[in-house]
Structure formats: structure tokens, C-alpha cells
Ligand binder design. Structure first.
Ligand code: ISL
Length: 544
């Protein structure tokens, strides 16, 4: 079996992870100083959000030079040392590959206009970061396309020379020894060349999973990926299961897995992410079931609740007050026993929460700031916008990693580039030794994936489909079965006793009285099979 099917990935957002030199910005030496922490957690792969030279209009997702390290983050020497440190510890490194667009400060933008997309007249597509997706350029007297910020012009993938420049750059990093790529919005690289207007300015039907995207990815695979033993994951807003089978299916020679957005869009209205709507658990169950069942044997899932663009899951689908620890562990259980490769986002393993800054001035993210400006100008209320930002803003994920209870959560000796979440004295990695810490629970989940075959291999069956509070399922192979019970509510629930012994749970063990009494946000996983590992573990009571 491919190694990445048994791997657990940890995402680092370098700007907010660990600052070694006191400038308030995380850096590579900071990451090096925390490699033992990551090894202790037990993860196999580290994915770094972009660390390339960038003017930081979108925190590194606007790349000025693909072969240079961002000055604030360090040097190429630091990078080589970091890569060695990762490999010495038996871990691997995945780089972020941002090739749908570059920075407008990339030298290509002036030297190779044919690498970008120009029109005499713009269509009505809107940018993901507010306003038109087209910007008039005085020198060229034409408009260029930017699906994201004005400083992120889209690359023209129709240009073969550009494509081969990208492949060359990818090989350069792979030859340095990196172990894979997470590909930013890679399902947007092929645009409908007639550039038709979209309904209400929504261009996505004309560039999500566009006409030549599979051809381009197969070409990339043939020219680059197939020559290396690496892992690839494509970030793909607007890709459904049918698309996913084409991107990740056996024999397709494209990518190993993709990030779907479907489960992340269930708590929003038709107006998009800022239109808040409570999650219906049955919607989440139905959606994850679809991905589990459809991709079984036909592709491979990536499993995530969190990344640098998403609010913190414990605040979103859990309870970040009284039941913070319980619900953080419950959500982890629910996700980690699905089939696929799990991704942990920095701080998730501590149960870090959303933040609610009082002033818009404390926010840093271009998406949030542009949205706020645009909607205020349209007459929307400050309070309503702040409520949406508190729930959904990307800065929820980007406050500094909470290492300990010292000033600035131990992230920096200087002034952090974005304020620290004020709850750091309580929630921080310094508490990880406590027996009921979220960290220890993640450690166990990660270790179990290595020991229990059915977690990787088993099929998926949803239980109690109509239940709005309990997410329960089984995973099964010929000789092993897992049953997972997750209470997504604070209401206690009674459920039938499944086959097997308790493998792991987030509460102290309970006496079996003919039924399982699920406590608030309780997660319980039962294992039935021939493996001693599972049976013994039940007796040890890996609970808490
Ligand atoms: O976060 C989003 C909306 O809330 C998305 O529109 C997000 O921008 C989209 O998922 C693409 O994300 C990726 O590309 C962006 C970058 O800003 C994100 O950080 C990155 O993950 C442009 O490179």
C-alpha cells in the first residue's frame, strides 16, 4: 500500500507557528526548534503553507520568486537544515505549490505577459477577495485576470512554455528532497477560453474543474510527479465526488487526493461563507457518507476539519466553552476513524478556539478586510459584519500557536504580527502532559492508525441516519470491525452496545449496563477483531 495512505499530515502556517528572532513573525528556525514536539505528537508528514519570497499581500500565497525563501522566514540554508531535521526524525515535508497565480511582483509579470491572462474588455467575474476579478493595467492598456487579490494575477495555463517552467520549478524542489506538494486551487488552472459572463458575476462554473484541467494534471504527472515517491493533494473548491474520482482514481495518473470543500460549506447560506447558518448534523453525515462510499476503491479521501482558511472546529461544530476538551476530542475521533489521510492544523491538537477581536483593526486577512470595506460601503451594519468575521474569518486560524502560558503564548519575544488569542494562559502546549489533554488524545489516535488495519482499509456504513445529535458509523474488513459513536450535543444519549471492546473514548470508562450511555460530546470507539492489540487496549482503558 502507498505510504501516504497510512500517514497523518500536520499543517504548519509558518507565519504563526514559532518566531525564533523576535520580529513577531514565525520562521524556519522556529519550526526547527519545534520538530521534537511534532515527532512527539507522532505525525508523519509536515505540510508548510508557502515559505517563498513574497510581498505578502495574501501571506505568501502571492509568490514573487519560487526558488527563494521569504526573508522574514530565513534563508535557503535554514530550509536545508529544516528539511534534514524533518528527515532525521523520520518525517516528510510537503510544500505548498501555488501555480494558479503569482504575485504581480514576480518578474514574469513584466517580462512574460504571455504567461498571464489579458483582455481588452473584462467580463463580469468577481474576485474571491471582493470587487471585479479584472484589473486595468495602464502600461498595457488591458485588463488582467485575478481570481484572488489584485496582486495575484492568474497564470495562463494555455501557454505550454509556462507549464514547462512550472514543471521545472517543481523538479527543482523535488530534487532538493521535498516529499510532495499541496496544490493551491489547482482545479482552477484551466479557464473556459471564451470567458463567458457568470450569473451574478459568479465565474466559477467557467474555471472550477475547467476544460483542460485533467489534461494539464496528467501532463504534470508524466513530466514530474511520476518520477518521484511523493504525495500530492489538490485543493479544490467546487470539486464533487465525480470530479474526485477523476483526479484521484487508480490509473488516472493525476493526484493522490484532493481537499473537498463540501463539508465546510454546510453552515452557510446561498449568499456564501459570510451568511451564517447553523449546521444540521444530518447534512454533515450525509455528505461525509457520500465521500466515504463513493471514493471507496475509486480514489482516496483527505480528511480535515481545519486549515489556515477555516475557523477553528471546536468553536464551529463543537463547544468551545464547558465541553471544549470533550468536543475537541470527539471531533477528532469522528474524523480520524474515517477512511483517508487525516490532516491536523496547528493548534487543533490543543483544542485551540476561534478568536473574537473587538476591532476590525486587529484583523489582518485581506479577504476579511476587503469584505468588510465592501459591505460597509453597501450599508451593512458593523455589528453584523463582526459577527460573521468572528464566526468565519480566516484569522481565527492564524492567531499565533499557543506554546505556553508565558507572554504572547511563547510564540515570540517581540510584537506578534497578529494578536494572540487571549485564552492562551489556559489553552497551550505546556499543558500537554496532563492526562486529559487534547494533545494526548491526538497522540493516541495517530498511534492507533498505525496499529489497526481497519482504520485504513475498512468500508464505511452510516448508523442512525436521521439522528440530529449522534454521528455513528462502522468500518469493516473481512476480519475487523470498528464502531464509532460521537455525540455532537450536550444531551446525554442511550445507544445499543456494539460488538467488541472499547478501543478509545474521551471519557473515563463506564460500566456496561446493557446500553451505552453517551455523555455530552462523548466519543466512543469499539473494536472487534482478531488483533490482540485491540482487545488488550480495551482492558487498559485508553480513555480520557
Ligand atoms: O478561504 C476562502 C474563502 O473563504 C477561499 O476562497 C479560499 O481563498 C480558497 O479556498 C482558496 O484558498 C487558497 O488560495 C488562496 C489563498 O488565499 C488561501 O489561503 C489558499 O488556501 C489564494 O492563493
Amino acid at each position: 500500500m502507498e505510504w501516504w495512505k497510512k500517514a497523518v499530515v500536520y499543517q504548519i502556517y509558518p507565519r504563526s507557528f514559532m518566531d525564533s528572532d523576535g520580529d513577531g513573525i514565525g520562521d524556519l528556525q522556529g519550526i526547527i526548534s519545534k520538530l521534537d514536539y511534532l515527532k512527539e505528537l507522532g505525525v508523519d508528514v509536515l505540510w508548510l503553507s508557502p515559505i517563498y519570497d513574497s510581498p505578502n499581500d495574501d501571506n505568501g500565497y502571492d509568490i514573487r520568486d519560487y526558488r527563494k525563501i521569504m526573508q522574514e522566514f530565513g534563508t535557503m540554508d535554514d530550509f536545508d537544515r529544516m528539511l534534514d531535521g524533518i528527515h532525521e526524525r523520520g518525517m516528510r515535508l510537503v510544500m505548498d505549490l501555488v501555480v494558479n497565480h503569482t504575485s504581480d511582483e514576480h518578474r514574469w509579470f513584466t517580462e512574460r505577459p504571455d504567461y498571464y491572462i489579458w483582455k481588452g474588455q473584462p467580463n463580469n467575474w468577481r474576485s474571491f477577495f471582493s470587487g471585479s476579478a479584472w484589473q486595468f493595467d495602464e502600461t498595457r492598456q488591458q485588463y488582467y485576470l485575478h481570481l484572488f487579490s489584485r496582486k495575484q494575477p492568474d497564470l495562463n495555463w494555455e501557454n505550454e512554455e509556462l507549464r514547462h517552467e512550472v514543471y521545472k520549478m517543481m523538479r527543482w524542489w523535488l530534487d532538493k528532497g521535498v516529499d510532495g506538494f499541496r496544490m493551491d486551487v489547482i482545479n482552477m488552472i484551466s479557464k473556459d477560453q471564451s470567458f463567458p459572463d457568470g450569473i451574478d458575476g459568479d465565474g466559477t462554473p467557467h474555471f472550477f474543474n475547467g476544460p483542460r484541467v485533467h489534461e494539464f494534471l496528467q501532463e504534470m504527472n508524466k513530466n514530474v510527479l511520476s518520477d518521484y515517491d511523493i504525495v500530492t493533494v489538490g485543493e479544490m473548491p467546487g470539486a464533487g465526488t465525480e470530479d474526485a474520482k477523476l483526479y484521484t482514481g487508480p490509473g488516472r495518473n493525476e493526484l493522490n487526493m484532493i481537499f473537498t470543500f463540501e463539508h465546510m460549506n454546510l453552515d452557510q447560506g446561498p449568499g456564501g461563507k459570510w451568511e451564517l447558518q447553523p449546521l444540521r448534523l444530518t447534512d454533515l453525515k450525509e455528505n461525509l457518507e457520500k465521500w466515504q462510499v463513493e471514493l471507496y476503491g475509486n480514489g482516496w479521501n483527505s480528511l480535515y476539519w481545519n486549515n489556515h482558511d477555516q475557523p477553528r472546529i471546536v468553536s464551529r461544530f463543537g463547544n468551545d466553552g464547558e465541553y471544549r476538551k470533550q468536543s475537541a476530542k470527539m471531533l477528532a475521533t469522528c474524523l480520524h476513524f474515517l477512511q483517508g489521510t487525516p490532516y491536523i492544523y496547528q493548534g487543533e491538537e490543543l483544542g485551540m478556539t476561534n478568536v473574537a477581536f473587538a476591532s476590525i483593526d486587529e484583523y489582518r486577512d485581506i479577504e476579511t478586510l476587503n469584505m468588510y470595506k465592501e459591505k460597509r460601503a453597501q450599508g451593512m451594519q458593523h455589528e453584523n459584519l463582526m459577527e460573521a468575521i468572528h464566526a468565519k474569518g480566516r484569522d481565527n486560524a492564524r492567531t499565533p500557536m499557543q506554546w505556553d502560558a508565558s507572554e504572547n503564548a511563547g510564540f515570540t519575544k517581540g510584537n506578534p504580527w497578529i494578536p494572540v488569542n487571549p485564552n492562551y494562559p489556559e489553552i497551550n502546549a505546556g499543558n500537554r502532559e496532563e492526562t486529559d489533554s487534547v494533545f494526548r488524545y491526538y497522540q493516541k489516535l495517530i498511534a492507533l492508525r498505525k496499529e489497526v488495519e481497519v482504520i485504513t482499509e475498512g468500508d464505511f456504513k452510516l448508523l442512525f441516519r436521521e439522528d440530529e445529535e449522534v454521528f455513528a458509523y462502522t468500518r469493516q474488513t473481512a476480519d475487523e470491525q470498528l464502531t464509532v459513536y460521537c455525540n455532537f450535543s450536550a444531551t446525554p444519549r442511550e445507544l445499543p452496545v456494539p460488538k467488541g471492546c472499547v478501543l478509545i473514548g474521551n471519557y473515563p470508562p463506564q460500566e456496561n449496563q446493557g446500553a451505552v450511555q453517551l455523555r455530552p460530546y462523548e466519543a466512543l470507539c469499539f473494536f472487534d477483531g482478531n488483533k490482540n492489540g485491540g482487545m488488550d487496549r480495551g482492558k487498559d482503558g485508553e480513555n480520557g
